[in-house]
Design a protein around this ligand. Structure first.
Ligand SMILES: *Cc1c(COP(=O)(O)O)cnc(C)c1O
Length: 420
């Protein structure tokens, strides 16, 4: 039986709950920005709906196009990285894909460093290929090789500093200069640097500032916010940051057409973590250096791959870009160890399994230390000449005490990687 229409002026309870007239007073201020959730956004009239502009963030049209929460996060990420425009996407990998789909078209070619984040290579091989977009891999340590491979078809060059498994640090300013000379877009996967270790939009750091005359800058910075900006190992998100309004618009339109929105609660999580990113990054860094220094003294370690350590591939480039001879340079919480070739894969696997504090798992930047053995031979075009033979194990340091982590490494090495 349908409800009796109410005889009073107040509407039906449900209608009243939905169309409640109360508006909370403005001016609320607290440490965390508000969390606004929406697919639908209201317009006061049809005329207003037709006129409303969202691309410049002056207002709102639809949840996918932005809310106060995503706008605030975008602006704070621009501040972190020194960019002017930002779009948010549901993962770091989606950021890499969005860059590719925004600037590449049939007949174009993309160049990717041979040590790049694996799924970026897979994106080119498995997806871009279907759009008639070709790819080539270049030697991340050889700017000459990059120049040689840039052809009239090349539209986009990916850069990564360092490669996040074998940790080679490229001569980033020189690579960017080569792209500039040849008029191709250069996009940096900035997940490792996170806007902290160096400034992607001001690579010379010579006081001219991002966008200043004579400054050297990448075109696009893609960032897996999943790592340090989140810091919790509990949220996936990515960003694409630029300093060129026309390039941003190209990316923003592609972003809209692909429907790549982020959830408000995820944006809230990143906003909550962002104020502590600098402190966390430095803590991860210090722990990683303590562990790397320990490894250097172990006979099981054939090679240490940590950009801040002498002898690591591209160490001088890290020094020039991140350290500038101050001794204060930052280097994240990631390093790899080439376990000597005398140990079998099974022994290395048993060592990883034998760790108690380090968990086995992908990703990094969260509170828990992680370990993953990688099969470099299957990941590279050829075994890189700068890598010693052996089995590569990558460590990502969490926020545990360095002493406890070293004790854990020690017990697992003793148990599973015996020196005869
Ligand atoms: C993790 C990572 C990504 C991808 O981020 P997801 O959010 O996991 O998709 C991209 N690049 C680098 C260097 C990464 O470490």
């Amino acid at each position: 039986m349908p409800d009796e229409p109410q005889k009073t002026l107040s509407p039906h309870l449900t209608t009243g709950l939905i169309h409640h007239p109360y508006l909370a007073p403005g001016g609320f201020e607290a440490p965390q920005p508000g969390v606004f959730k929406a697919s639908t956004v209201y317009f006061p009239s049809v005329a207003a709906m037709r006129q409303r502009e969202w691309k410049d963030k002056s207002s709102y049209t639809y949840g996918l196009h932005g809310t106060p929460t995503t706008y605030v996060l975008e602006e704070r990420l621009c501040a972190l990285e020194g960019g002017l425009q930002c779009v948010l996407v549901p993962s770091g990998l989606a950021a890499l894909a969005l860059v590719a789909l925004s600037v590449l078209t049939t007949g174009d070619e993309v160049l990717i460093p041979d040590n790049a984040y694996g799924p970026n290579k897979a994106l080119a091989q498995g997806e871009l290929h279907h759009f008639g977009i070709s790819h080539r891999f270049y030697d991340p340590l050889d700017p000459e090789d990059l120049s040689r491979q840039i052809s009239p078809k090349t539209r986009l060059v990916w850069l990564e500093a360092p490669g996040s498994v074998s940790m080679e640090f490229p001569d980033l300013p020189e690579m960017v200069r080569r792209c500039r000379e040849r008029g191709v877009w250069c996009a940096l996967d900035n997940t490792w640097g996170a806007g902290l270790a160096f400034k992607a939009f001001d690579l010379l750091g010579d006081g001219h500032g991002a966008g200043g005359e004579g400054s050297l800058s990448v075109d696009i910075s893609a960032h897996a916010l999943t790592k340090y900006p989140s810091g919790g190992g509990d949220v996936l998100m990515g960003s694409v940051i630029t300093r060129d309004a026309a390039l941003h618009l190209k990316i923003k339109l592609c972003h809209m057409r692909l429907g790549l929105g982020v959830a408000a609660n995820d944006a809230e999580t990143v906003l909550r973590s962002l104020p502590s990113i600098d402190l966390r990054y430095k803590a991860h860094d210090q722990t990683a250096r303590a562990l790397a220094a320990w490894w250097q003294d172990q006979p099981q370690c054939a090679q240490l791959m940590h950009p801040a350590f002498e002898g690591s591939p591209g160490h001088a480039h890290w020094q020039a870009l991140c350290d500038r001879n101050t001794g204060q340079g930052l280097a994240a919480g990631l390093f790899s160890v080439m376990i000597d070739a005398r140990f079998s894969q099974a022994q290395v696997d048993a060592f990883c399994d034998g760790l108690k504090l380090f968990k086995i798992g992908y990703s990094w930047g969260g509170p828990v230390s992680l370990v993953v053995p990688y099969d470099i031979a299957s990941m590279r075009s050829a075994w890189p000449s700068h890598l010693r033979p052996g089995t590569l194990v990558r460590f990502s340091t969490g926020l545990e005490s360095a002493r406890d982590l070293i004790l854990d490494l020690h017990q697992a090495v003793q148990a599973h990687l015996p020196i005869a």
